[in-house]
Design a protein around this ligand. Structure first.
Ligand SMILES: Nc1ncnc2c1ncn2[C@@H]1O[C@H](COP(=O)(O)OP(=O)(O)O)[C@@H](O)[C@H]1O
Ligand SMILES: [Mg+2]
Length: 249
C-alpha cells in the first residue's frame, strides 16, 4: 500500500434514513494514515450515521467512502469490516463469549487465523490494552472500564487500518478514563474518535472536525477549535466549567 494513501476518504456523503429523514448532507473528510482525529458535534448532528457508513453497516446514499484506497461497498465487505474497527459505546454489545480470550480470538478465527498464530494475535491485542492477565476471565466479571479495553482489543486483533471509537470515555470513572487515554495514545493506528469529552479530544487528537446538521462545519487543530468560543457556541459545544484549552500544552 502506498504510504500516502489516506486511511479514510469520505466524499460528498449524503444519506436519508428509510423514513425520509435526511441525516447527512454531503460530508467530505480525509483522515491520513496515523492521524488521530476527534469527531465533535451536538446530538443529532449525524455522527453515528457517519460512523455506520465507514464499514458499510449503512449504504445506499450519495457519495463515496474509501478505506485505504478500497471503496466501501458489497464487493469488498469482508475486507472492509476487517480494516475498519468500530468500538461501540456499550462494550456489552461487543463481548459475548465465555472468556476474554475467546472474544478477542473471535474475529481473527473467523478470518482463518489458527493455532499458535491465533494465540499470539490474541495475546498481542490484550497486551496493547493492558489486559493480558485477564484472558481466561469471563468478560462479565470485569469492570466497565476493563470491558471497554477488551472491546478495543477485539478490534485491534483484526489489525485495522482505522480504529473508530464511539464515546470512548463515557461511563468511565476518572482512573479508567486516564488508563484508556494512556492506551489510546500509545497505539500505532489511525484513530477517529466520536466524543463529547472535549478535554479528551484535546489530549488525544491533534485534529478535530465538527459535524453539525449533517455537514462538516469546522476542521482544524483541536486547540484552535476549542478556543473559538463563537464556533463552539454555534454548534452547541460546551467546555467543562473552568477548562481553558489554551492552558493545556
Ligand atoms: N434509524 C433512524 N431513522 C430515522 N432517523 C434517524 C435514525 N437514526 C438517526 N436518525 C436521525 O438522524 C439524525 C442524525 O442522527 P445520529 O447520526 O444518531 O446523530 P448523532 O450521533 O450525531 O447524535 C438525527 O436527526 C436522528 O434523529
Ligand atoms: Mg450518536
Amino acid at each position: 500500500m502506498d504510504p500516502v494513501t489516506p486511511s479514510l476518504e469520505v466524499s460528498g456523503l449524503a444519506y436519508a434514513y428509510p423514513d425520509g429523514h435526511q441525516a447527512l448532507f454531503g460530508v467530505d473528510l480525509t483522515v491520513g494514515r496515523g492521524e488521530r482525529v476527534a469527531l465533535l458535534g451536538p446530538n443529532g448532528a449525524g455522527k453515528t450515521t457517519l460512523v455506520l457508513h465507514l464499514n458499510g453497516i449503512l449504504t445506499g446514499g450519495a457519495g463515496t467512502v474509501t478505506v485505504a484506497g478500497m471503496p466501501v461497498g458489497k464487493k469488498h465487505m469482508a475486507e472492509i469490516r476487517r480494516k475498519v474497527g468500530i468500538v461501540f459505546q456499550d462494550p456489552d454489545d461487543q463481548l459475548f463469549m465465555p472468556t476474554v480470550r475467546e472474544d478477542v480470538a473471535f474475529g481473527p478465527a473467523a478470518a482463518g487465523v489458527r493455532g499458535a498464530e491465533l494465540d499470539a494475535v490474541v495475546l498481542r491485542a490484550l497486551e496493547k490494552v493492558g489486559m493480558a492477565g485477564f484472558a481466561d476471565r469471563p468478560p462479565h466479571h470485569l469492570s466497565f472500564g476493563q470491558r471497554r479495553r477488551v472491546a478495543v482489543a477485539t478490534v485491534l486483533a483484526m489489525e485495522p487500518e482505522i480504529l473508530v471509537l464511539d464515546e470512548p470515555s463515557s461511563n468511565l470513572d476518572p482512573a479508567s478514563r486516564r488508563e484508556l487515554a494512556d492506551i489510546l495514545r500509545t497505539l500505532d493506528v489511525t484513530v477517529l474518535m466520536v466524543t463529547h469529552d472535549l478535554p479528551y479530544a484535546l489530549e488525544l487528537c491533534p485534529r478535530s472536525v465538527i459535524l453539525s446538521e449533517g455537514v462538516i462545519a469546522a476542521d482544524g487543530p483541536t486547540g484552535g477549535i476549542l478556543a473559538d468560543e463563537e464556533l463552539m457556541a454555534r454548534h452547541r459545544l460546551e467546555l467543562p466549567f473552568g477548562f481553558v484549552p489554551q492552558s493545556v500544552a
